[in-house]
Design a protein around this ligand. Structure first.
Ligand code: UDP
Ligand code: MG
Length: 312
């Protein structure tokens, strides 16, 4: 069997060589027939030079380099598209996805699993990061149709069947965690201890993670729209009842003292509900806008992979 190792890289000049050596050692020990696909996602440091250098020395190293930073999702997609193996393993460049687990993943693949997920437990992580994450997962699993599990990230092995299934989804807004679950196939999970970054710093800030969280909810279905609908309907019912009751009171006991408080709170409340709903609708329209443009997910500037010819 041939194995494709896919690594998205963004400003990882200090990790790449170490990653390369670790992977090479493990792959050679296990006598894998493999290719190492390094996807340079528009790094601003010397990552590309290091990658090119490795590819000169070792022809198992293939690389694609984007014209700018397109994001990790695009990099993973490019890697899977270029992968020529019977199975692919996606792993981070910063050694947070220990290459030592590769043999375990491959063993499960050989035992017949199509998706082998390496699940990271959150041992040793700060409460500040832990709490919002667990909140997010309990919330998102109620909101979306796919099942997302804490600690299950992009570190996983995918069989050829799964890769092809994933590549058949050509949506512009990609949310891999959801896509992996959506395609299905028989899945096996193995666990590993949380590792801290080898060097450099995470390129996902708190703000970026928030964005990612919202994308996750919106990519899956239109439940948020449904929530707005119920919210609107409920507000309407409450206001109608209130108006009716007040009207009856006015008819019964003459004109009542006009209530400043009720008027202002009604205006504010309705304004809030409307803006909220508008925001949700806007998000979906934004997504539709990007889908209709049909732009490519990424642009390749440098590569040592020959174009796959159509008649092959
Ligand atoms: N990455 C990427 N493009 C980006 C951001 C990150 O290809 O725009 C890569 C990065 O080089 C690393 C992996 O995605 O290999 C995970 O990134 P990072 O370690 O910053 O994220 P974290 O581990 O904090 O989730
Ligand atoms: Mg990392």
């Amino acid at each position: 069997m041939k194995l494709s190792l896919v690594v998205p890289i963004y400003n990882e000049e200090r990790s790449i060589e170490r990653l390369y050596h670790t992977i090479t050692k493990i792959a050679e020990q296990n006598q894998y027939h493999y290719e190492l696909l390094l996807i340079n996602d528009g790094s601003r440091d010397h990552s590309l030079a290091i990658i090119e250098n490795l590819s000169f020395k070792d022809d198992r190293v293939k690389y694609l380099s984007f014209s700018r930073n397109f994001g990790k999702e695009a990099a993973m997609l490019a890697g899977l598209e270029a992968a020529g193996g019977d199975a692919a393993i996606i792993l981070d460049a910063d050694l947070q996805h220990p290459p030592e687990l590769i043999p375990k993943l491959v063993a499960e693949y050989k035992a017949g699993f199509d998706q082998v997920v390496a699940r990271r437990n959150r041992r040793g992580e700060s409460m500040l990061r832990r709490l919002p994450t667990s909140l997010y997962y309990s919330l998102i699993n109620r909101a979306v149709d796919v099942k997302l599990t804490d600690g299950e990230g992009d570190f996983r092995l995918l069989s050829r069947a799964v890769i092809d299934a994933i590549l058949s989804l050509d949506e512009y807004n990609r949310f891999s965690k959801g896509i992996f679950d959506w395609v299905g196939f028989n899945k096996k999970t193995i666990e590993f201890d949380n590792v801290t970054r080898y060097d450099g710093k995470s390129s996902f800030s708190m703000f970026k993670l928030m964005d990612y969280a919202i994308d996750g909810i919106l990519s899956y279905n239109n439940k948020p729209l449904r929530v707005c609908f119920y919210f609107g309907a409920f507000t309407l019912a409450v206001s109608l009842t209130y108006i009716l009751v007040t009207l009856i009171q006015i008819i019964r006991s003459g004109i009542d003292e006009p209530g400043y408080f009720t008027i202002i709170s009604a205006i504010l409340f309705l304004g809030g509900v409307q803006l909220f709903s508008l925001g949700v609708i806007g998000e979906y329209i934004g997504k539709i806008y990007y889908e209709t443009k049909k732009r490519p997910h990424y642009l390749v500037q440098h590569t040592n992979i020959e174009e796959k010819s159509d008649d092959a």
